[in-house]
Design a protein around this ligand. Structure first.
Ligand code: NAP
Length: 290
């Protein structure tokens, strides 16, 4: 397929590489054009403007936040009005997903993803897709190139974003729970790595406990696979959704503040798993390597 890819950050660069690898005709655009160099070497074409990447069948966007998506879609030389189906993979607000669905000339599919950069590199993301079923069908070969499985959430595009925000809230809740349990064990004289081995080998074998558990055991918060400010963005978007739908989420407030604390104390360049460091700091445990 003739596909454009906009946003070559930690996730997007790997996703675009898998589209090239799968044999699609890929045109890329990134605000900082140097990030396209490696992709151009493997056969992608570099577009001058976002709109130039949206003249084929599909244009996929993987950008930081609402403001970045708005700039690329509605800004000068943006993709609004272009003929391609717009597939939005970024984690954005329900309100922006609604606006994109209502205004996209070529059609709109909301397709946020679960999986960190290593999963993106391996083509093992989970794609959460919602929108007109004929459009989702048309995009399926592209989803197969970037992911291991596509979940269809129905015809209403923002529903996929609601699933994504709900999932990210649960990841942060798991990070908080693991950090508290590991801190308790460690203060009582039990090695946190051993605790994780027992828990993931018994009742908590889910990928989220394994992946994030290892990061938290090692305090491996730099370099960030998913930067803490983007995680805070997601908790804020989840809170906006909770207000909109009247959902009471006290735990969401706690994990959002733990992220704020991690950013204030450890800096903006840490992974969002560094929310765990807030528990450590408060309990008087130094991070490994510090
Ligand atoms: P990232 O590495 O920070 O990349 C962000 C991308 O957005 C870059 O291409 C950046 O361009 C671009 N961008 C930022 N502001 C822009 C603007 N105003 N105009 C145009 N482009 C702009 O982020 P990421 O980790 O790849 O995440 C991308 C999205 O996926 C986010 O919505 C995130 O929440 C979501 N997500 C991330 C993960 C993860 O584990 N990392 C997993 C699932 C979903 P420059 O290169 O010029 O800065």
């Amino acid at each position: 397929m003739k596909v454009g890819f906009i946003g070559l950050g930690n996730m997007g660069a790997a996703m675009a590489a898998n589209l090239v690898e799968a044999g699609h005709d890929v045109t890329v655009w990134n605000r900082s054009p140097d990030k396209a160099d490696a992709l151009v070497e493997t056969g992608a074409t570099l577009a001058q403007y976002p709109a130039d990447a949206a003249q084929g069948d599909v244009v996929m966007t993987m950008l930081a936040d609402d403001a970045a998506v708005e700039a690329v879609v509605f800004g000068e030389h943006g993709i609004a009005g272009a003929p391609a189906i717009h597939v939005s993979h970024s984690t954005i607000s329900i309100a922006l997903a609604e606006r994109l669905a209502a205004t996209s000339g070529g059609g709109f599919v909301s397709a946020p993803v679960f999986g960190r950069p290593p999963a993106a590199e391996a083509g093992q993301l989970f794609v959460i897709a919602a929108g007109d079923s004929a459009l989702v069908d048309a995009c399926q070969p592209l989803f197969d190139a970037i992911g291991q499985r596509t979940f269809r959430i129905g015809d209403t595009a923002p529903a996929a974003n609601l699933v994504k925000l709900s999932g990210n809230f649960m990841i942060m809740a798991a990070v908080e729970a693991m950090a508290e349990a590991m801190t308790l064990a460690e203060k009582g004289g039990v090695d946190r790595k051993l605790l994780l081995e027992v828990l993931t080998g018994t009742l908590f074998g889910a990928p989220i406990y394994r992946t994030y558990g290892e990061i938290i055991v090692e305090d491996r918060f730099r370099p960030a696979g998913f930067a803490a400010p983007l995680g805070l963005k997601d908790m804020t978007l989840a809170d906006a959704a909770a207000t909109r739908y009247g959902a009471v989420m006290p735990l969401l407030g706690i994990v959002r503040d733990q992220l704020r604390s991690a950013i204030a104390v450890d800096g903006e360049d840490v992974d969002w798993a560094a929310a765990a460091s807030s528990v450590r700091h408060a309990s008087g445990i130094a991070l490994k390597g510090q």
